[in-house]
Design a protein around this ligand. Structure first.
Ligand code: BES
Ligand code: MN
Ligand code: ZN
Length: 481
């Protein structure tokens, strides 16, 4: 997606040539003397344009503008949510499928959150997946110009959001690909391509290296598939070598059949999205490559399939993780935690300032939070707070969940140090309690994105979340001038 920011008032924006001009109009709009403002004023005064957010009025080649089509869209009080619904309605009314050049204009000074909401919504609505179609219909939109009278003040938000969109779209692409076109080896190839960008590097470990590291838990999941596992290590070095990195760990199960504890057939196809955590890590590195911040970040992606061949791990098998802890695998469908625990142990070697894992980990998290907020777990208040507010700023929300020690009771095993599942109750929390045992040596947080990473039904597709949250967390709040 190609964004451009221009500092223009309404009169100047109306002179931009484009096939669609969307004008976002707040409730308290005051008309200037120019003919376009007068037109907006008349539309409001007559009641033909209502002032509640999402209400629109479409015009064709009005004399007051240079655009072919114009949509006036009300934004009410101008909150992010209202901007989102105004942009959705306007693009719906403006036949977004054949659009090439769009100018989106804020009739009065935009807020940072308003600008971000508009950019994210246009990008999301015009995104098109094409990889496995015989007649690809790519996004028609070639350029989106954001016109605001105060573009200069919003530069940081504009740049960050444009970079986030690039990361989100990479994450969507990989998460959307079917599992036969997104194997662990394919993911590793994608990571290696990213590794060629400035300040980035990538190394990939295969079955032999992983065995040598003693990742018995990760290997147990991978052994049921003919696809070889991959352990991907991405590095972004924007700061001095001695600056402790943040480590991101993304679950990269390219297909989750459940293993011997097999899943029901309905909607099993959606388990191609079980590498959405890994895809979000790839997306974050894409954003970092564009933004070039002065920080160090490591991305770790354990990737394999959870399948069922004759060698597949069986319920009751006990494996030894890289940490030395033994694990009784009571349910082979609780495989995410089994690959993440070894990646968390591997993260120790980077002496990280913090480790955040991102995983489509539990159906229970979908029940708890739905698609609105990702589940966030951390025993460090400062880290939890930073992730929460990053989610708020990015409009990519999360919600802190508990980690009381009593939740770990059910993970006790008679035959190993720990079991990989507890009972049905609080499934998202007991999964996090399992991971916590492997994250004692650093500040750690876990994001359960099972509900937020993709949409099912007619709109089936990856969301690219939580790339926005993670980028915002890594960069911290923008300096306001
Ligand atoms: N990948 C799934 C979690 C999942 C399920 C995400 C549905 C989104 C929608 C994970 O590997 C899994 O199967 N978890 C089990 C854990 C259970 C066996 C303790 C689950 O949630 O059912
Ligand atoms: Mn599973
Ligand atoms: Zn899974």
């Amino acid at each position: 997606m190609n964004f451009e920011s221009k500092s223009l008032d309404l009169a100047a924006a109306a002179q931009e040539k484009c096939d669609l001009l969307v004008v976002l109009i707040p409730k308290d709009f005051k008309a200037g003397k120019d003919s376009f403002s007068q037109l907006v004023h008349a539309a409001l005064k007559s009641g033909d344009l209502e002032t509640s957010a999402g209400k629109c009025l479409s015009l064709y080649r009005p004399a007051q503008a240079a655009a072919v089509r114009v949509v006036l869209a009300s934004t009410g009080e101008g909150k992010a949510r209202q901007i989102r619904s105004a942009v959705q309605a306007a693009l719906g009314a403006g036949k977004s499928s054949s659009l090439k050049r769009l100018v989106l204009c804020f009739a009065t000074a935009a807020s940072g959150e308003g600008l971000r909401a508009a950019m994210l919504t246009v990008a999301d609505m015009t995104y098109a997946y094409t990889t496995s179609k015989s007649k690809p219909q790519p996004r028609s939109l070639q350029k989106m110009v954001l016109a605001t009278p105060n573009a200069g003040d919003l530069k940081t938000t504009f740049d960050r959001t444009a970079a986030v969109v690039a990361g989100v779209e990479l994450a969507k692409e990989w998460a959307n690909r079917p599992a036969n076109l997104a194997t662990p080896t394919d993911l590793a190839t994608a990571a290696q391509a990213l590794g060629k960008l400035p300040k980035l590097s990538c190394t990939v470990l295969g079955p032999r290296e992983v065995a040598k590291l003693g990742m018995g838990s990760f290997m147990a999941v991978a052994q049921g598939s003919d696809q070889p596992l991959r352990f991907i290590v991405l590095r972004y070095e924007g700061a001095a070598k001695n600056k402790a990195p943040t480590v991101l760990v993304g679950k990269g199960i390219t297909f989750d059949s459940g293993g011997i504890s097999i899943k029901p057939a309905a909607e099993m196809d959606e388990m191609k999205f079980d590498m959405a955590g890994a895809a979000s890590v790839l997306g974050v590195f894409k954003s970092l490559a564009l933004l070039k911040p002065a920080i160090n970040v490591v991305g770790l992606i354990p990737s394999c399939e959870n399948l069922i061949n004759g060698k597949a791990v069986k319920p009751g098998d006990v494996v030894t993780s890289m940490s030395g802890q033994t694990i009784e695998i009571l349910n082979t469908d609780a495989e995410g935690r089994l690959i993440l625990c070894d990646a968390l142990t591997y993260a120790e070697r980077f002496k990280p300032s913090a480790v955040v894992d991102i995983a489509t980990l539990t159906g229970a998290c979908v029940v708890a939070l739905g698609a609105v907020r990702s589940g966030m777990f951390s025993d460090r208040d400062e880290l939890a707070q930073a992730l929460s507010s990053a989610g708020d700023r990015a409009q990519d929300l999360c919600w802190r969940m508990p980690l009381d020690e009593d939740y770990a009771e059910g993970l006790k095993s008679n035959f190993a140090d720990v079991a990989n599942v507890a009972g049905r109750a609080a499934g998202a929390v007991t999964a996090a309690k399992f991971l916590q045992r492997f994250a004692e040596k650093f500040a750690w947080a876990h994001l359960d994105i099972a509900g937020s990473a993709w949409k099912g039904g007619a709109q089936k597709g990856a969301t690219g979340r939580p790339v926005g949250l993670l980028v915002e967390y890594l960069l911290g709040p923008a300096q306001t001038k």
